[in-house]
Design a protein around this ligand. Structure first.
Ligand code: SF4
Length: 158
């Protein structure tokens, strides 16, 4: 979904968004029933908990030093390929509720995109990505996260 500005090679080298620590464990992706079943078929040990009609991984309590690797992450990248969850397909864009309104923010941990000109980041949203994200969130409100400080707001819903 971000292929026009984010290359697959950059993501393959990084994978930071597939590994979570105590500070961003709330960021683990939300899965549909179908994707959850697909992961379970390959990784039967992966545990899930319901989230507003979708599913997230059961991660348990992490200590400050612990990391949680997404069970869908393999040596060759995400086992879900192009069928990865919507959350992951729009990363590092996030949809959050900010003061009662939905907005699209960006995660600073993705250095590859975070350091791009604002015009490019917002431009992609205005070129149709924002509409795609808001429409998906209408059907899947579970992907809307509460606002988290440190995530610059790029665009509010009209
Ligand atoms: S589902 Fe795939 S892309 Fe998303 S966090 Fe897990 S490994 Fe990464």
């Amino acid at each position: 979904m971000l292929k026009s500005i984010l290359s697959g090679q950059s993501c393959a080298k990084c994978r930071l968004c597939c590994v979570f620590d105590i500070y961003d464990i709330w960021e683990t992706p939300v899965f549909t029933d179908e994707i959850r079943e697909r992961i379970s078929a390959v990784k039967p040990d992966a545990e899930f908990v319901p989230k507003d009609g979708g599913w997230i991984f059961k991660t348990g309590e992490l200590t400050a030093e612990q990391l949680f690797n997404c069970p869908a992450l393999t040596e060759n990248g995400c086992m879900l390929g192009d069928d990865k969850p919507f959350d992951c397909r729009i990363w590092p864009y996030r949809i959050m509720e900010v003061g009662g309104r939905r907005a699209i923010t960006i995660a600073s941990i993705c250095e590859e995109l975070y350091n791009r000109p604002l015009s490019q980041l917002v431009g992609l949203l205005k070129d149709g990505l924002a509409e795609t994200i808001f429409c998906y969130a209408d059907e899947h409100p579970e992907i809307v996260k509460p606002y988290c400080e440190g995530y610059p707001v790029l665009l509010f819903e009209k």
